[in-house]
Write a protein that binds this ligand. Structure first.
Ligand SMILES: Nc1nc2c(c(=O)[nH]1)N[C@H]1C(S)=C(S)[C@@H](COP(=O)(O)OP(=O)(O)OC[C@H]3O[C@@H](n4cnc5c(=O)[nH]c(N)nc54)[C@H](O)[C@@H]3O)O[C@H]1N2
Ligand SMILES: Nc1nc2c(c(=O)[nH]1)N[C@H]1C(S)=C(S)[C@@H](COP(=O)(O)OP(=O)(O)OC[C@H]3O[C@@H](n4cnc5c(=O)[nH]c(N)nc54)[C@H](O)[C@@H]3O)O[C@H]1N2
Ligand SMILES: [Mo]
Length: 726
C-alpha cells in the first residue's frame, strides 16, 4: 500500500469515481447526490433546498467520501427473503460490521424469538399488532425509547410525543454517548447549549482552535473552511494526542491548487496526553493572564465569576499544569501568544473533549478561555461544538431528551389538552442498567445501533437480552440486530431521508433548519418512520385529546404542531410551501448578552484531574477510522493513518519497545471491563507515547461503564489498559 502523506486529494477523487461505478454510473450518483435533501452524514450541514453538495454559505461543490458511502449504502439491493432462512443468528453474530452493512437494504419486517435459531419475515400487520399488544401489557415506565440522529425532526418529535402521552420520560438519544457534555457545559456557562455562531462567522475568523477531533476524516467539509483561514494568514491550532495526517496537510478536492499542492492546515500542533486538555486549557488561560492579554472590561461587564477564576488561575502552579497536561510551558506560551494576537477566534471541538469523565469541565474550560478575550457574543468569534449525526441537534431541539424544556412541556400540555408525566426519565446508560435488572421490559430504537454504541459490549448484550421485546427501525443490518437481541426482537425496515414520500426537516450544527424534499422509494417494503410511529401510536392510544394519530402520518401536520410548541420553530408551519430554510432565532450570539439568569456568562473554576492509568498501563482511546460511520464500517483500511485492518492497537514505537513488543505482534489487551485476545500491534509514530488507540465499535468490549457524572457520557477516550504478548 502506498503511504499517504496528505488528507483528501487524489485518493478521495478516485474513490468518488469508483463509488460512482458501484452506484450504477456517474449520472445516477450525481442525481442522488444533487437531490434537495440534507446530507445524511455529519451535522456540518449540506444540501437541503440549495441542492446537494452545497453548504450553508452557498459554496459548491462540497463533496465528502462519507456522504457517498452513505448514499451507496442506501442504493443497495434489498435483502432477499431466503436470506433469513440461510443465515442463523450464530452466523449473523460472526459477521463483521462491514459484512452486515453490505447484506443489503432491509425490505420486510422480521422477528426473532428467544430460543429460535433464525429471524423470520412477518407481515407489517403482524408486527404492528405484536408491538401494540406488548405496549398495552407493560407499564409505561417499564419502557425506553432510544433515538439516533439521522431521523427527521418530524419523526423525532412524533415518537417522543407518543412515548410521553403513553406515560414515560425514558426518552433519550445517542447524544448521551456523544456531545451531551457540550450541551451541559455550554448551558452551565452561557445558558445556551449549541454553537454560538454561524458558518459565515467561521469563514471570517483569523484563528481556530481544533480540539480533540479529526475533521479530515469525520467532517471533511470543514477542511475547506480551515484552508480559507490559513490562506487569510490565520492560525489553525490543533490540540490532539495524535498527529492526524489530514490536519497537517490536506488536499481539498474541489480546489485545483489545493488538490495539486496540498494545503497546510495546522499552524501549531500540540500533543497533550489523553485527558490532559483541562490542564492545558487552564494553562493557556494562566499564560494569557500573565501576558496581560485578557479583556478586563468584557470579563467584568459580560461575565460573572472573573475575580474568583483569576485568583484560581494565579494559585495553580505551572508544575501541576505541565504534569497533568503533558505539555511543556514553552509550548503553552506559544499557544497563548498566537491566541493573544488573534482578533477573531473560534473554538471547535469534538469527541476528544467530550468522551471523558470530566467532559463537561473540558467544555466549560474551553468557554472560559474564549470569554477571557471576549471571543463570545460578537460576530466572527465564538464556540462551535462540531456535531456528529446529521440531525442530532434537531433531535434535541424537538424534545428528544428525558426532560423537556419547561416552555415546551407547558405548550404541549396546553396545545393538546393532555397531561404529561413528570418523572425524571432515564439517560441512555440508565436504560441499559434498568434493562439488566428487569425494571425495563420494552425498548424501541428509532435508528442507530444501541448495542454497538454502548461501552462494555458484553454488559450491553446481556442487558438487552433481558427485555421482553425490542423494536428496531432500521435501514440496514448492524451488529445490534445480531448481538442486541431481547426475548423478542422485531426489525422494521424504514425509508431513508431521500426516499420519504413527503418533505422532512433537519437542523445543522449551526442551528440552520433545512428542508429535505424526500424522493421516490428505492424498494417496496420499507415504510416511512413517521408512518410506522403514528400507526403504533394509533393502535396503542387510539386518540389523545385533540391528537388524531392517523392524521399525524403527515409530516406537514407534525410540523404545524412543532411550530406551536417549540419556540423558534414557528416558520416550520409553512416551510413545506415557502421552502424557506432558516437560522433558528435566539441561538446565534453576536452581542454579549446570554440567556442566563443574570444575562452574563458564568465562568467556572476547575480542579485539574490527574492523568489516569497506573504504572504499566497505557491510556487507550477508541476512535473512528476513515472508512466508517460510527458502528457502520464501509472499509477495513484507515487511509490517512495508513492502517490496513481494524483488529489492531496503534502504539508508539517507543512504547512497543518499552513493553517488550514488536510491530505486528499478537497481544492481549485488557481493561477493567474485559479483554481482547489476538489483537495485532501496529507501530504508529504519530501518537504521543503513553497513549494507544483502537477502533470503535469493536473495542467497546474494553470500555468500562463509568460515566461523567454531569453528562452521563462514558469515557470512551480514556481507558487504562495493559498490553501483553499472546
Ligand atoms: N467518517 C465519519 N464521519 C463521522 C463519523 C464517523 O464515524 N465517520 N461519526 C460522526 C459522529 S456521530 C461524531 S460524534 C463525529 C466524531 O468525530 P471525532 O470526534 O473527530 O471522532 P473520533 O474518532 O471519535 O475522535 C477523534 C479525535 O479525538 C482525539 N482524541 C482522543 N482523545 C483525546 C484527548 O484526550 N484529547 C484530545 N484533545 N483529543 C483526543 C483522537 O486522536 C482523534 O483524532 O464524527 C461524525 N462524522
Ligand atoms: N467506544 C466508542 N463508543 C462510541 C463512540 C466512540 O467514539 N467510541 N462514539 C459514540 C458516538 S459519538 C455516537 S453518536 C454513538 C453512535 O450511536 P448510534 O447513532 O446509535 O449508531 P450508528 O452506528 O450511527 O447507527 C447506525 C445504524 O442506523 C441505521 N440507519 C441509518 N440511516 C437510517 C435512517 O435514515 N433511519 C433509521 N431509522 N435508521 C437508519 C442503520 O441501520 C445503521 O446500522 O456511538 C457512541 N459509541
Ligand atoms: Mo456522535
Amino acid at each position: 500500500m502506498r503511504k499517504i502523506t496528505t488528507g483528501g486529494g487524489w485518493p478521495a477523487v478516485l474513490y468518488t469515481l469508483r463509488k460512482a461505478r458501484e452506484m450504477g454510473g456517474f449520472w445516477k450518483m450525481w442525481q442522488a447526490m444533487r437531490s434537495r435533501n440534507a446530507c445524511k452524514t455529519c451535522a456540518l450541514g449540506m444540501g437541503g433546498q440549495k441542492g446537494g453538495m452545497v453548504n450553508e454559505a452557498g459554496s459548491f461543490p462540497e463533496v465528502c467520501k462519507k456522504s457517498l458511502q452513505a448514499m451507496a449504502s442506501d442504493l443497495q439491493a434489498g435483502i432477499r427473503s431466503d436470506f433469513w432462512q440461510k443465515y442463523s443468528i450464530g452466523q449473523l453474530k460472526s459477521l463483521s460490521p462491514r459484512e452486515l452493512e453490505y447484506c443489503g437494504r432491509l425490505v420486510e419486517p422480521v422477528i426473532h424469538e428467544a430460543g429460535k435459531s433464525h429471524y423470520r419475515p412477518i407481515s407489517w400487520e403482524d408486527a404492528f399488532a405484536r408491538i401494540a399488544e406488548r405496549l398495552k401489557s407493560v407499564q409505561p415506565d417499564e419502557t425506553f425509547w432510544y433515538f439516533s440522529g439521522r431521523s427527521s425532526n418530524e419523526a423525532g418529535f412524533l415518537l417522543q410525543l407518543f412515548a410521553r402521552i403513553y406515560g414515560t420520560n425514558n426518552i433519550n438519544n445517542c447524544s448521551f454517548y456523544c456531545h451531551q457534555a457540550s450541551g451541559v457545559g455550554l448551558t452551565s456557562v452561557l445558558g445556551t447549549g449549541t454553537a454560538t455562531i454561524t458558518l459565515e462567522d467561521v469563514e471570517h475568523a483569523d484563528c481556530i482552535f481544533l480540539i480533540g477531533g479529526n475533521p479530515a476524516s469525520n467532517h471533511p467539509r470543514l477542511m475547506s473552511t480551515l484552508k480559507h483561514i490559513r490562506r487569510r494568514g490565520g492560525e489553525v491550532i490543533v490540540i490532539n494526542p495524535v498527529i492526524e495526517t489530514g490536519l497537517v496537510n490536506f488536499s481539498v478536492p474541489s480546489d485545483p491548487w489545493s488538490l495539486l499542492f496540498g494545503t497546510k492546515i495546522a499552524s501549531l500542533y500540540v500533543q497533550p496526553q489523553i485527558g490532559g486538555d483541562l490542564a492545558l486549557l487552564t494553562g493557556i488561560a494562566k499564560k494569557i493572564l500573565e501576558l496581560g492579554q485578557y479583556d478586563p472590561a468584557f470579563l467584568t461587564t459580560a461575565c460573572d465569576g472573573w475575580s474568583e477564576w483569576k485568583q484560581h488561575l494565579e494559585s495553580i502552579h505551572w508544575s501541576e499544569i505541565c504534569e497533568k497536561s503533558g505539555v511543556g510551558i514553552d509550548e503553552i506560551h506559544a499557544i497563548a501568544r498566537r491566541y493573544a494576537k488573534s482578533k477573531n477566534t473560534v473554538f471547535a471541538w469534538t469527541m476528544g473533549i467530550t468522551h471523558h469523565a470530566h467532559g463537561v469541565e473540558n467544555v466549560e474550560a474551553i468557554a472560559n478561555l474564549a470569554l477571557m478575550r471576549g471571543m463570545v457574543g460578537r460576530p466572527h468569534a465564538g464556540l462551535m461544538p462540531i456535531r456528529g449525526h446529521s440531525n442530532i441537534q434537531g433531535m434535541g431541539t424537538v424534545g428528544v431528551t428525558p426532560k423537556l424544556k419547561d416552555v415546551i412541556f407547558e405548550r404541549l400540555q396546553s396545545t393538546f389538552q393532555i397531561s404529561l408525566p413528570q418523572t425524571p426519565g432515564r439517560d441512555t446508560m440508565a436504560c441499559m442498567d434498568g434493562s439488566l435488572n428487569r425494571e425495563l421490559k420494552f425498548g424501541f430504537c428509532l435508528g442507530g445501533n444501541l448495542f454497538g454504541s454502548n461501552p462494555d459490549a458484553s454488559y450491553a448484550a446481556k442487558s438487552l437480552s433481558k427485555l421482553d421485546q425490542i423494536v428496531y427501525l432500521s435501514t440496514t443490518l448492524n451488529t445490534g440486530h445480531a448481538h442486541g437481541l431481547a426475548q423478542e426482537t422485531i426489525i422494521l425496515p424504514v425509508l431513508a431521508r431521500d426516499e420519504e414520500p413527503e418533505p422532512t426537516t433537519q437542523e445543522s450544527m449551526f442551528n440552520y433548519m433545512r428542508l429535505s424534499d424526500g424522493g421516490s422509494p428505492r424498494h417496496t417494503g420499507p415504510l416511512s418512520e413517521i408512518h410506522v410511529i403514528a400507526e403504533i401510536a394509533q393502535r396503542v392510544l387510539q386518540r389523545s385529546g385533540p391528537i388524531d394519530w392517523n392524521e399525524m402520518k403527515s409530516a406537514q401536520k407534525i410540523r404545524e404542531s412543532l411550530a406551536k410548541v417549540v419556540p423558534g420553530l414557528e416558520s416550520l408551519a409553512t416551510i413545506g410551501e415557502t421552502k424557506q430554510e432558516f437560522q433558528i432565532p435566539g441561538r446565534t450570539f453576536h452581542t454579549p448578552t446570554f440567556p442566563t439568569p443574570s444575562g452574563r456568562a458564568q465562568i467556572k473554576c476547575h480542579e485539574l484531574p490527574s492523568l489516569m492509568g497506573a504504572p504499566g498501563e497505557f491510556r487507550l482511546m477508541t476512535i473512528r477510522s476513515e472508512g466508517q460511520f460510527n458502528t457502520v464500517v464501509y472499509e477495513d483500511y484507515d487511509l490517512y493513518r495508513n492502517i490496513d485492518r481494524r483488529d489492531v492497537i496503534l502504539m508508539h514505537p517507543e512504547d512497543l519497545q518499552l513493553a517488550g513488543l514488536f510491530d505486528d505482534q499478537r497481544v492481549v489487551v485488557k481493561s477493567a471491563a474485559g479483554e481482547m485476545v489476538g489483537i495485532r500491534t501496529r507501530a504508529f509514530k504519530n501518537i504521543r507515547p503513553g497513549n494507544v488507540m483502537m477502533y470503535y465499535p469493536e473495542a467497546n468490549i474494553l470500555v468500562p461503564r463509568s460515566l461523567d457524572p454531569r453528562s452521563k457520557t462514558p469515557a470512551f477516550k480514556a481507558i487504562p489498559v495493559t498490553i501483553k504478548a499472546l
